[in-house]
Design a protein around this ligand. Sequence first.
Ligand SMILES: NC(=O)C1=CN([C@@H]2O[C@H](COP(=O)(O)OP(=O)(O)OC[C@H]3O[C@@H](n4cnc5c(N)ncnc54)[C@H](O)[C@@H]3O)[C@@H](O)[C@H]2O)C=CC1
Ligand SMILES: O=C(O)[C@@H]1CCC=N1
Length: 276
Amino acid sequence: MVIGIIGLGNIGQMLVKGLSKSRVVSPSDMIVFNRSRDKAAELQRLYPFELAATAQETADKADMLFICTKPLDVLPVLRELTLPARLHLVSVAAGVSLQDLETVHSGPVSKVIPTVTSEELRGVSLFASNRLVNDTQRDSLRLLLDALGTAEEVSEESIETATILTSSAPGLIAGILEAFAQAAVRTSPELGIDTARRMLTETLAGTSLLLKGQELGFNQLIERVATKGGITEEGLAVLGRTLPQAFDDLFAMTSEKHALLKQKVQAQIIDRKGEQ
Ligand SMILES: NC(=O)C1=CN([C@@H]2O[C@H](COP(=O)(O)OP(=O)(O)OC[C@H]3O[C@@H](n4cnc5c(N)ncnc54)[C@H](O)[C@@H]3O)[C@@H](O)[C@H]2O)C=CC1
Ligand SMILES: O=C(O)[C@@H]1CCC=N1
């Protein structure tokens, strides 16, 4: 099976690196197109995929085509192409629905929300497919996404909330850790920011092993750490007072952004109909 990739940004590159590292696809079974050829040629030196001269060449040769541009570039880029009916089109863009993709491709279409952590073959890739994706195509997609961590099929209704938990989360967790480290240094400047970051990074790795490796629940881990009447309890009480509102705000704002993005994609479809 030939995997096509259009767009070599964070996610396009993650796909090349992750799929190659997992060995589920060899670079020689990938065909890649990027607007800037130099960037693609540089990556090609490490991962010897076929470098396409045009996006159309990628679409013609691929069995499964990942479109990895920013959301508002997805439909304009795909409209310029003639997509073979057999092609399984896979968009990774937040805010672009299966129905939107069906306006540019009459064949099988899936939406995947990947995660940058898949470069390390960990993390959850969300996916939803339209009715034209047959069992073989769904199985092939699931195989690729499982190789990148864990594949999870979700309804389009829940994909936006799940996106925050799986795909935005690495960035959000990094943001939380940065604030954690900065507060430590405000409290004890002599510690230094690099030391604080290093301590948190190592602690995150250990925490993740306890949660995932030993299958401890969040509350079980809290009980192990927070000695009754001890210090951690005080910290948890602060989090209990402040974090529920912060996370409600986070979901409210990210939902609003998703809605705005979807409106803009809809406008691209309506404008196009007006032009025809
Ligand atoms: N970064 C992330 O963690 C995640 C991103 N996504 C989605 O992935 C998509 C890409 O995001 P990033 O990789 O972060 O963005 P990015 O800005 O790093 O990459 C976009 C790439 O598309 C290329 N591009 C733009 N127009 C093109 C064209 N006409 N032909 C070929 N290539 C073209 C650009 O050169 C750039 O390399 C977005 O739609 C985003 O919603 C989804 C989940 C996670
Ligand atoms: O922030 C974004 O828009 C993309 C989608 C989810 C993660 N990154």
